[in-house]
Write a protein that binds this ligand. Structure first.
Ligand code: AMP
Length: 361
């Protein structure tokens, strides 16, 4: 591959057709780029806005290869892409972010080992392969604690709380006796994230630190500016930059962190998402260049766009039936409505979001 940027008119391959794929596709189109979205079901939100679509199983490597042969670069909207899928795509087209970012972020144990190996604090954790491991580790990491499956967990799924020493067996059953980590519960002041973009040439830019509130394990609101000191914001960016660099990441990577420590604030990394992220949706309306466009710019080898924030913003997710109030939000001054084109508003399903924007304070 040459280092020349992909020119307007190029075709971006996106594995995954959810709302993130949809917003990536729209961002690509603003730059005169086209997108070809691959999804395992035909009702994908991103199919409604993409130039080309393919339906296939992510494990159908022939289908993945055919898709990749038709595009100039491949990217992903979710982290749980099987390694063989990335390899099959990579044989036909460059794939960004790199495989390493997925290997680390797909597996909570790899992720914790990687982050702590960089000297960055994380919650206390232990590798759990058997019930015996759990019973032993729970003495070192006492309740309250969380048992999280190593793979395929998101939005609070694949995890259970352990509140007493004697609930080890029920917790092990609750997560399906799958390989897991035991994680000490962190008492945090707030949750923050740093949406970071790294270009093919190693340039790194950070969006402003975001403050996130979760409800039932799902992101509810993201607010900028976050209520953190300048020093803590700088530390959060330094952590995110260290992670992005060590991964050799290309594209957007989001690092979620806990602020602990009361009067003497400190940070611990919770999770790395090697992709555009729900806590960066405010960038659509409070920045000149959104996280989606910057991801597309990065994977295409373009100059990264301006990440500065021109407004304050609060992003609120529209989950399940919340979306029924779309007319109320559409009429609200200073509010941008983003709907994902999903037909059925099931409980817990992300149907859209709103960005309430106000002059920068
Ligand atoms: P996760 O899927 O690991 O991102 O967890 C989803 C949410 O659960 C986080 O954003 C936190 O609100 C909460 N959570 C996860 N891990 C911990 C922890 N070790 N201590 C306290 N809260 C946690």
């Amino acid at each position: 591959m040459t280092d020349a940027p992909l020119p307007p008119g190029s075709m971006i391959g996106i594995l995954g057709g959810g709302q993130l794929g949809r917003m990536l596709s729209v961002a690509a189109s603003r730059l005169g780029l086209k997108s070809h979205v691959f999804n395992d079901t035909p009702d994908a939100p991103a199919f409604q806005v993409a130039a080309r679509t393919s339906v296939g199983d992510y494990d159908d490597l022939d289908a993945v290869a055919r898709f990749a042969e038709q595009v100039d670069v491949v990217t992903c909207e979710f982290e749980n892409v099987p390694a063989a899928t990335l390899e099959a795509a990579g044989a036909a087209a460059p794939v960004f972010p790199p495989v390493k970012s997925f290997e680390i972020a797909q597996d909570r144990l790899n992720e914790k080992d990687f982050v702590s190996g960089l000297g960055i604090p994380v919650a206390p954790y232990a590798n759990i392969e058997t019930l015996a491991d759990l019973k032993e580790s729970i003495l070192r990491i006492p309740p309250p604690a969380l048992l999280k499956t190593r793979r395929f967990g998101y939005d609070g799924k694949g995890q259970t709380r352990i509140l007493t020493l004697c609930s080890a067996e029920s917790a092990w059953e609750a997560i399906g006796e799958a390989p897991a980590i035991l994680e000490g519960m962190v008492t945090f002041e707030r949750e923050i994230s740093v949406v970071t973009v790294r270009g093919r040439d190693g340039t790194v830019r950070f969006y402003d630190v975001v403050e996130n509130v979760h409800k039932d394990g799902i992101l509810d609101t993201s607010q900028v500016p976050a209520n953190v000191t300048t020093a803590l914001g700088a530390e959060a960016r330094a952590i995110a930059g260290k992670i992005a660099g060590a991964l050799g990441h290309v594209g957007v990577v989001t690092v979620e962190m806990f602020q602990t420590g009361g009067a003497e604030p400190a940070l611990a990394v919770n999770e790395i998402a090697p992709r555009v992220h729900n806590s960066g949706h405010w960038t659509l309306d409070a920045c000149l260049i959104s996280q989606f466009e910057n991801h597309i710019r990065a994977i295409c080898g373009w100059e990264l766009g301006d990440v500065s924030r021109h407004s304050d913003a609060v992003m609120t997710n529209l989950i399940g039936s919340d979306v029924e109030d779309w007319r109320k939000y559409a009429a609200e001054p200073g509010t941008a409505v983003h709907l994902y084109g999903k037909a059925e508003a099931r409980p817990g399903r992300k149907m859209g979001h709103i960005n309430r924007v106000s002059p920068k304070t």
